[in-house]
Write a protein that binds this ligand. Structure first.
Ligand SMILES: [Zn+2]
Ligand SMILES: [Zn+2]
Length: 187
């Protein structure tokens, strides 16, 4: 049996957190990790006790929703609230951090950022990370990490492909479908 990597495990956690976001303009999740342990997590959400964008609509000023605290900031503030040190920690985020979060991440002493998706990656954020010695690495979440029926689905797709292969002369379509399955399932 193959185990998922630490990177996949922590990134999966961030993707789960993103599903808790209350602003649908962008669903973001962040997980702070120290010595291979999750110390905090956050998602894009309203200030505690206030209304949610999903219930009342976004509060947009200059094209941005101002209601929410960003996932990274929420995770860092959780550490502040409970007195957990973030010095030397790592953060796993579903999207490349915005400029504000970039500065907060650096100031909190986080040394490495893993992100799943590029998102308007600001050149100044990149510059600040480089100057602060904060490394960034793209880690995309694979299909295996969140899907408990991954193996069954992979077998089913293989079965379908084999059946198709036996019944068709259209090799071009078969190759196309197989390539698509391969990219989806790594088979
Ligand atoms: Zn909103
Ligand atoms: Zn942000």
């Amino acid at each position: 049996m193959e185990r998922i990597s630490w990177n996949q495990y922590f990134m999966a956690q961030s993707h789960l957190l993103a599903l808790r976001s209350t602003c649908t303009r962008l669903m973001v999740g962040a997980t702070i990790v120290r010595e291979k342990r999750i110390i905090a997590g956050g998602y894009n959400g309203s200030v505690s006790g206030s209304v949610h964008c999903i219930d009342e609509g976004c509060y947009v000023i200059d094209g941005h929703c101002v209601r929410t605290v960003h996932a990274e900031a929420n995770a860092l503030l959780q550490c502040a609230k409970f007195g957990v040190p973030t010095e030397g920690a790592e953060i796993y985020v579903t999207h490349f951090p915005c400029l504000q979060c970039c500065k907060q991440i650096i100031q909190a002493g986080i040394k490495r950022i893993y992100y799943a998706t590029d998102y308007k990656n600001h050149p100044y954020a990149r510059e600040l990370f480089t100057d602060a010695g904060v490394e960034t690495e793209k880690v995309e979440l694979s299909a295996i990490a969140l899907d408990t029926q991954f193996k069954e689905k992979e077998q089913y797709i293989n079965h379908l492909l084999n059946e198709l292969h036996n019944q068709t002369d259209d090799n071009e379509t078969y190759d196309e479908l197989k390539a698509e399955a391969k990219s989806l399932f790594n088979i």
